[in-house]
Design a protein around this ligand. Sequence first.
Ligand SMILES: Cc1cc2nc3c(=O)[nH]c(=O)nc-3n(C[C@H](O)[C@H](O)[C@H](O)COP(=O)(O)OP(=O)(O)OC[C@H]3O[C@@H](n4cnc5c(N)ncnc54)[C@H](O)[C@@H]3O)c2cc1C
Length: 454
Amino acid sequence: MKTYDNLIIGFGKGGKTLAASLAKAGQRTALVEKSPLMYGGTCINVACLPTKSLENSARQSAIQGGDDAARQLHFRQAIEEKRRLTAMLRKKNYDKLVSSGVEVMDGEASFLDDHHVQVLTKEGPEILEAHRIFINTGAKPFVPDIPGLKQSPRVYLSESIMELETLPRRLVILGGGYIGLEFASMFANFGSQVTILQPNQRFLPREDLEIADAVETSLARRGVRLMRNTALKEVRDEAAETVLILKQDEMDSELRCDALLVATGRRPQLDNLHPEAAGIALTSRGAIAVNEQLKTSVDHIWAMGDVTGGLQFTYISLDDSRIVTDALNSGPRTTANRGAVPYSVFMDPPFSRVGLSEDEARSAGYDLKIARIPAAAIPKAQVLRKTDGLLKVIIDAKTDQILGAHFFCEESHEMINLIKLAMDAKLPYPVLRDGIYTHPTMSEGLNDLFAAVL
Ligand SMILES: Cc1cc2nc3c(=O)[nH]c(=O)nc-3n(C[C@H](O)[C@H](O)[C@H](O)COP(=O)(O)OP(=O)(O)OC[C@H]3O[C@@H](n4cnc5c(N)ncnc54)[C@H](O)[C@@H]3O)c2cc1C
């Protein structure tokens, strides 16, 4: 039996970062990953980076246009380009970890007790003993139980849809969340007719109402159809197409498509891990329960990333590795003091957010100053011919500090990081209003946006 100072289960962002730093510090460290096709984790193989590679290709395809054959060719080239990228990143991630002294082991890990893990390798089971264990097993798609859904060959998840060989003429997306929207925007740019089915009346219910409306208007302009209050009741395959049986506002209807993407959320990945064998407690939602330093209910076991049931972003998993590093070294970082967490939905144009929406800020009892400008008011948006969108900020009238920012515009994913910094530094908004920005950029729109504060 091999014995380690540290055992990391899962090759996610937090796990690989922590593993490398522990190994470089001279500690005997192993990392177990169940699939060699997942070296580097979800982000680089099947999520953030491949989707952004495809999104970029889809924008170019939309600009080039062309007939069906040209569109199909762009799509196939985009999938090939994405495969080359992920293969390169996978190798780079593996090499980097090994060269930092981490022992990478292929196989699925299951807890035997709080210091022993069985790894099911190709050669058979192997037992590892570890002084400290870190769980970083990520999340997996949640697939609802709908008749015909799991059996249909035309039903895809985020991972499998990125392996299609043919661009679907009609794509239906089940779920109007962030992942669904990214694919909706991307496939609309590739040239598919896209329909989104969402169960609620309100589109993007957690987002600021004005921004949600602006996103919806922009999608509609690009031909994306949104069906509200719509439940998928059944999936029926015919020889050349798939029929979706829908219930919308109590009325049954049919929708025909060539592909259905299920984007109904992701749940913590605990398959065959058996955390209960180590005495690790779960939350009521089936995530690994952790405290603010990401320690589980067992003193020498920590968890990072999506498996903890928190925000599902790669940079949160990375930050989790910093928190665990601090926990091991009596440092101050915790989940409670990460500051404002921004996020972006990489549509065309992207929308990005940090902090509170107007409604949330009002409910929290703040007196507010609000500012908004259309994206079209920014010269760079005109240069890029990306004039859809809206920028809105919410400010605490008492302190002049920013409570929230909601940018639906080109480059919003870059701009939002500036606002996070300003919020964490508690800068009053005039600092951004009077800042010097390079020209022409989308960031210089902050001059006008903050000058519009009422
Ligand atoms: C389509 C899509 C797009 C996304 N886009 C973005 C984006 O643009 N930006 C962003 O920040 N986030 C994005 N996300 C979310 C992001 O991908 C995740 O939050 C992030 O990858 C989670 O990383 P993690 O560290 O929790 O673990 P993961 O990267 O998920 O790694 C977990 C690893 O553990 C392995 N594993 C699981 N169980 C076991 C076991 N028992 N034994 C051994 N190995 C095991 C898995 O094979 C996997 O490699 C996206 C997600 C999706 C689905």
